[in-house]
Write a protein that binds this ligand. Sequence first.
Ligand code: SAH
Ligand code: SF4
Length: 352
Amino acid sequence: MKPLLLDVSATDWNLPPKETYREKQIRDWVLKRFVSSYDEMTDLPAPLRSDLASRFRLRAAEPVKVQGSEDTTRKFLWKLGDGSMVESVLIPATLGTSGNRSTRLTLCVSSQVGCAYGCRFCASGIDGWRRNLTAGEIVGQVIEAARIAGRRPDNLVFMGMGEPLANLPNLLQALDLLISPSGIGMGARHITISTSGLAPQIEELAHHPLQFRLALSLHAASDEIRNKIMPVNKRYPLARLLEACDAFVRAKHQQIFFEYILLAGINDTPEQARLLAQHARRLHAKVNLIPYNKVEGLPYERPPETAIRIFCQTLLKGGVRATVRREKGHDIDAACGQLRLKELHQEPRSSD
Ligand code: SAH
Ligand code: SF4
């Protein structure tokens, strides 16, 4: 299979000598104007376009399914060059008051095909890990979604399928294409990387110059409970993990987020809320509580609304910034890995 244009360095594009400006032209077509074919690069000579086309694939992903929900959250199931499938979710949010409204688009992207980490509650890990996404495939999700939406997303979150920190070299290469002014040109602070807790990589990122944001998928505030739902905790227990986060916060002078899915009867007790508040105070972290999105075949449920409210109140009373995230894609399986899982297992779908 031909490599993706974005996965090889521009020197391998073999542009005509003395025409170095061609590199910027090509990058602009791909990364700023989101074209879907070489033919659209109208300021390039036809022989150059066909030479590039003969050697490099332009599109990383093609939509095999686009689902929209009533509130216009859209979910994309992409087919990659090798037939693998990954997902992205595009979530609009309206800001401002009437007369001065604007819509912010947040795109949630995948970093791997499948996931090796096997968190018990998550659909992405059910079929295991297949491969890392290349930088071009990560950025390709943004390009394809931007073309469909008619504009570049404002925010990016690595909360789709896969563990981004287990694919660090490709992630960093993708961040460069996303953030650099000669790339897509997104603000680094509008990009959030979510991790299940790979302590050594968190420490490595602490010293990386880019100012992206970090979200830690904590989901339990004691080793006893975290071990039961997140196998990664046996490798990097809470003390080790929180120390790595501490190093990150100190090096970056930046607030981090704790993601905490609420699972009825598992991690929603007052004791967990109290411990979570302790960890959050120590790291000055903001807590996002996420009511669980039911995954078919898994035994977990979201707690009743009152239990969610009480858990949040305990954090607030403990001096912690906490909000309950009301994800908008509930009706289209918008939690990570769910759409692909249905497609792979060929289940009947209710809302095509
Ligand atoms: N592997 C990384 C990033 C992808 S998961 C990580 O775990 O952080 C992105 C977020 O979605 C994580 O916080 C994850 O725990 C959460 N998630 C997974 N399954 C979910 C579900 N069924 N309902 C709600 N959130 C879910
Ligand atoms: Fe992998 Fe994240 Fe899902 Fe855990 S929650 S299985 S790390 S994608």
